[in-house]
Design a protein around this ligand. Sequence first.
Ligand code: GLN
Length: 488
Amino acid sequence: MHRLSAIELRNSFLKGKFSAQEICRFYLNRAMKMDEQLGAFLSLFPEQAMERAKALDEKKASGQVMGKLAGLPIAIKDNIHIEGEITTCGSKFLSNYRAPFSSTVCRLIEKEDAIFIGKTNLDEFAMGSSTQDSAFQSTSNPWDLTCVPGGSSGGSAVAVAARMAPLALGSDTGGSVRQPASFCGIVGFKPTYGRVSRYGLVAYGSSLDQISPFATTVSDTALLMEVIGQHCEHDSTSLPIPGEDYLEGMNKNGLMGMRIGVPREFLEQLAEEPKKIFNDSLKKFQELGAQIVDIDLNILKYALAAYYIIATAEASTNLARFDGIRYGVRAPGAKTLEEIYTMSKEEGFGPEVKRRILLGTFVLSSGYQDAYYRKAQKVRTLIIEKYREAFKLCDLIATPVSPFAAFEKGSIKDPLQMYLEDIYTIPINLAGVPAISVPNGFTSDKKPVGIQLIGPQKADKRVLHAAYAWEQATPFHNAMPPLAQQEI
Ligand code: GLN
């Protein structure tokens, strides 16, 4: 079963080859046994999931029309609400916080007859690139257990890469879905800002956050996008346009005649091996009928600095609500109101979150707001304009996802060094454009590497179709981590 794509698995259920209960039991069993080594899940819902599977089998037996995700288990990053379940955000602060309502994405997924099997690990409040900065556990890369899976949505990426779930959701504020997808050898897609509702996603950087799907194939990613890419009245930044049929018209010739822009100067510092892998893929694009165009995106050298001002400014205001009064854990030793605030924050937040709250508070404080925050916003506008100009010369832009493949756990100690991991993914969130990470081969030590395809705003379908053509012309998506190949 774990060798099937989500679409194949759903069709097997619809044709009666497997029942929803068989599928659900199979994946729960894998997750329970394999996750001891991997640490992808913070919680599993065996009883609720099996009950739901039974209800789906009954629905099917009664002859009712089944949804697009019928019978498919799905894993959800633990910063997205499922009503009645704990949403920890990987933080001690929220270790007892039960979601009072479901996110729009989870409601849409439920309507299409999928099965929630568990919540997945993340860097605390989605701040990080390694899934080692969760308050609860660290997650391992299924290709090499000594390495990180990337982050912050590492738990969801590993759940899919190790075939403990055919589909998963993460959130991408600066690369948190694309980078782990690249490190784990699967597909991760960050939609146009506003395409997917943020209602019920615990906010990190509200102007950058997008809930984003993981799958092992581009078609499965497109299927999940069809479900979650809907206008939502609870999110004021939701695009007021109808959902799209992403699977329609997908074919192997999607790259024929495409102009692929490459910001060469921005890619200069890339190390030898990833550079070679990337350059080889440019040749492949040409073989597939695409044309490579040089574009100027030198402005992107300021993207990282702008991001760490804007994202931390937004984080510091978003996280102000966690003060020990209304949400989450209150410091038990606090006696006065002042102590409730300070001690709850001191005890509840981990070091990276504190660093970002401090940074964000600083860049917004009077006297510094113009020098940092406003300037960063101006840089952001320039980045948006430069992308617009670039897209006059090309249909899509190709870059690596990350400067390296998965790194060893504990090997990056300097926070700044960690921030540099996201140099190729962060600009996309600042510009609000869609981008995908698709498998693009392996390093000499057998670690997966992705390629990133970026489109103009609202060209989500174009990005998915080009990625599909790329996937169909390359063998990489067929590779499965040796650990995941076992039958359990
Ligand atoms: N790694 C980036 C950060 O730490 C991006 C995180 C994300 O996309 N949630 O902010």
